[in-house]
Design a binder for this molecule. Structure first.
Ligand code: AMO
Length: 442
């Protein structure tokens, strides 16, 4: 790998990758070669050599080769040559004197993606866009983040599940629901694994988690909405309240950010110019009603008829929490029952509020979590209260008729977490292949 070259002694090496740049001078040719781990400068010329009949490599080396002159940006090559440490080489302090260069797969000369291409062009040519080191780093950071989360779950004895994405009913609400033809009938794409992660509680699984796709027929074009995104879900039994869910949530976030910082922090600083901040626990918790008062005092009145917060309100409360507690995270808690789904448990003493929360990261919602209502009579009443169709929900309500422990969990949008962690302008940057109202390709 190119990243390993600096630590090697001078001598013969072989590297493979794609051509990022060619500087073709009269007597010397330079190539910047990149692989998934880094970039290195290749040099040809400067040394004249007689072809050596004993050495089969030498016939490929000509002081200034057409092979190199004609290398197009993006062409994949395998190169052998002498590795030389040289402090004057800005790129990693090493270069390789080319001995042989083999074109493995040529690139067309008209690379459609330039450094300043707009995001739509970049997404049209996502495989070329992803060759940029920043984009590659996003997905290495994501890998480290998810790996750390999995470690926490596995250490706690949680079970990983895969729930179906084809469903006979809505999983969140009738809004934002994709319908698909299903043989003679119709199916829906899962908006969330909500019902099935609760099923695992009735199944006696205890703690579970899932990282998988979720679908929302959301026509909006904001920086944080996609029609398909990766949802990080977990659910756990025997909780006393949503506080237990928030504690698990904090543990996961801290583990994830610690791992990203440790593994990629320096590179993130170099390529994105930002420092990964690992939050202190506990994260601040503010009941939603209080948060609305706080932002009002800051001069912002949330312009919503319902009890909910809006994106600007989330930014305002995040700014307050940053100033007051120096935290990039805040839990907004105790949302009104009127704006939460039927399956959220309501307060014992005030049914107008729920045992629920949203987690805000740098001013944007990344998660919703709650204690679930597990008492079947109450759950049924809440479903009716929300105008749900009990027939369509029958399979779900059955989960609660044969015994079930108190439980709760959360869903977290992975692409949003990465966007906020790496200070990216949109989840288009932090989704491998973005899906939106007008994007289904590539
Ligand atoms: P909710 O609908 O709030 O809750 O979704 C949870 C999290 O998923 C992410 N998210 C999205 N990301 C990108 N594009 C979208 N269109 C989109 N919609 C949602 C957000 C959001 O916070 N079942 C509950 C979770 C639970 O209670 O366990 C649910 O789906 O980051």
């Amino acid at each position: 790998m190119i990243k390993d070259l600096a630590a090697r002694e001078d001598g013969l090496v072989r590297v493979s990758g794609w051509v990022e740049k060619v500087r073709d001078q009269r007597y010397v040719q330079f190539v910047v070669l990149r692989d998934e781990s880094g970039a290195v400068q290749l040099v040809n010329g400067g040394v004249l050599r007689e072809p050596d009949p004993e050495n089969p490599r030498s016939d490929i080396l000509v002081p200034r080769t057409h092979t190199i002159s004609e290398l197009t940006h993006g062409t994949f090559v395998t190169v052998t040559g002498e590795l030389q440490h040289n402090e004057r080489v800005k790129l990693g302090g090493v270069e390789i004197q080319i001995e042989t260069i083999k074109v493995v797969a040529k690139a067309l000369p008209d690379n459609p993606v330039a450094d300043d291409s707009n995001i739509d062009v970049r997404l049209d040519w996502r495989f070329l866009d992803l060759r940029r080191p920043e984009q590659n780093l996003v997905f290495r950071a994501q890998t480290a983040f998810l790996h750390a989360l999995r470690q926490v779950w596995v250490d706690r004895g949680f079970i990983e599940i895969q729930t179906p994405k084809l469903m006979a009913s809505a999983s969140e609400s009738r809004a934002e629901l994709f319908e698909v033809e299903y043989f003679e009938g119709q199916a829906f794409l899962a908006q969330s694994p909500q019902f099935f992660k609760q099923m695992a509680q009735a199944a006696g699984f205890g703690g579970i988690f899932e990282v998988g796709p979720a679908f929302r027929a959301d026509p909006s074009f904001t920086s944080r909405h996609a029609t398909e995104f990766t949802s990080v879900d977990t659910e756990l039994s025997w909780i006393d309240s949503h506080e237990d869910v928030m504690e698990l949530h904090e543990e996961l976030i801290v583990a994830g950010l610690t791992a990203v910082k440790k593994k990629h922090g320096a590179e993130i600083e170099q390529l994105f110019g930002i420092e990964i901040k690992v939050p202190a626990r506990p994260f601040p918790r503010i009941p939603l009603a209080e948060a609305k008062e706080i932002v009002k005092e800051r001069g912002y009145e949330v312009p919503r008829a319902d009890a909910d917060m809006d994106p600007e309100g989330e930014r305002q409360i995040a700014a307050y929490v940053e100033e007051k507690y120096g935290s990039e995270f805040v839990f907004l808690t105790d949302y009104a029952s009127s704006i939460r789904p039927f399956y959220h448990m309501r307060h014992e003493d005030d049914a107008s509020l729920t045992n629920s929360y949203d987690l805000i990261y740098r001013g944007t919602e990344i998660s919703t979590g709650a204690q679930r209502e597990h008492r079947i009579e109450v759950l049924e009443a809440q479903a009716l209260d929300k105008g749900m169709d009990p027939k369509e929900l029958a399979f779900y309500l059955d989960f609660f008729r044969y015994g079930v422990p108190p439980h709760g969990g959360f869903g977290m949008g992975l692409n949003r977490v990465l966007m906020l962690m790496l200070h990216q302008p949109s989840i288009r940057e932090t989704t491998y292949l973005f899906r939106g109202p007008n994007r289904l390709m590539p």
